[in-house]
Design a protein around this ligand. Sequence first.
Ligand SMILES: [Zn+2]
Length: 543
Amino acid sequence: MDISREGIYNLLLDLVKIPSVSPGKGETLIAEFIHDTLRDLPYFQKHTDNLYYIPIPNDPFSRKNVFAMVEAEPKTNRTIILTGHIDVVDTKEARSLEEVAFDPEEYTKRIKELDLPEEAAKDLESGKYLFGRGVMDMKAGIAIQMALLAEYSQNPKNIPINIAFLAVVDEENNSAGMRTAITHLAKLQNQGLEFVACINSEGVIPKYPGDTNRYIDIGTIGKIMPFFYCVGRESHVGQYYAGLNANLLTSAVNMILEGNPEWAEKWRGEVYPPPASLKQKDLREIYSVTLPARAMVYFNHLTVTSTPAEILEKSKEVATQAFEKAINHLEQSANEFSKKANTSVPIPWKTKIITWQELLIEVSKTFEGELDNYIKEFINNLPDELDERDKSLATVGELIRLYPDKNPMIVVGFLPPYYPHKTNKREIESEKKMLAAVEEIIKEAKDEFGEILAISEHFASISDLSYLGFQGEKDELVPLALNTPGWGIIYDIPLDDLLLLDIPVVNLGPMGKDAHKFVERLELDYSLDVVPKLLKSLIQKLS
Ligand SMILES: [Zn+2]
């Protein structure tokens, strides 16, 4: 393992060869490969305590992160973290070539057997790209970081700062790796380490067709998932106006929130996409000629400034508007209908919005026994095949069953996962220092390599850099936990540790295209020749 182009390339092939599809056993295997490869370095032969696993608690695949650190001589507390994820998404899209997707050279040779999009065909023709699962997202970044660590380990006297390397699992799934790692980082910080910066090397993609810029991200986007669990009133379709169709409520929510540009967040001229519903369904399993009484919709919302507390308030407003919209719709309908039928049709429904936290409090007033234990047992008895979101929603359903007030309502809360945003606000010293270093790198890239690098305010594809600190107060974060059904059982972020961290972040990684698709590819020259040098220089400048 060395920092030459060939050294990085060969390590990349070795890393890709291990099919570390998330979630799965392959992630454990690649963690072991990385650990063992580093263990063979003379530095870690000598400093065995500086290389270890961080196991994911209660993990069905016994997955683990790898942590390694080369300590500068003379001793210092100042530390830079290099980090990246070692899992990949699956290869179903590669169809007949699925088996070779983990063998990039073979895959690149044979990929023309598949029907290639025009740009991918052109890139293949150019000979400048390597295709394969995980080549750009993000095993090239991992290979570069490992090679850098190996180089630093040869002479710790040459580095003014400790270099830590943190390889995490499960990024493509629920980020269990990084959510586990933050507790470890907080512990190291408590023991005296000062984390100066965290550098990720996620693959970077062009921002628009024909974009020739390279990007360096000085922040990472946040993601939060508000849900709206709608309770109507069932009624035989023959007595239409006696019921309230829960599907009408979710539809009203969707009409208000889906693609709502008022929600689109903005930072220094960059505007981010509005919310999108990821799932909307009624919760009845059987066919029936009855108006459905329960339905839900949940959304993905990307943040660069909003906190969970703000999103909760805004979600309550959306629910209120939606409920009123649904009642209006019914009143208009009833009005026309009564004229037509020459009869009077009252619409009795009143808007009622309740958060998950409020629902818990209400139910606990009449529940006999320990509600917390009851919920825990309820969740533990749910079928394993339900994902985190479905388990959370089933928990809401159970609480509604226990709630004596049977009036129609919309329950508002959050579903996992949550990724806080990290925005470089140019406010604190460490942010300013990061920006200055990045500006120097941009100049260097142009002067020395003829590469045009541009600052991107946020890595837009969601990254684990999210978990290196929360930008806000505790009371802006805590509503997330209080309003996520099954928090601590189904899903968890160690919030106290998250609040302890405030590590400036940056993403400087290889360039590629079409992450997660079958034409995922790495641009070789820039990625293997230029990025390692820029990374080394960035580390130098941040030291
Ligand atoms: Zn990635």
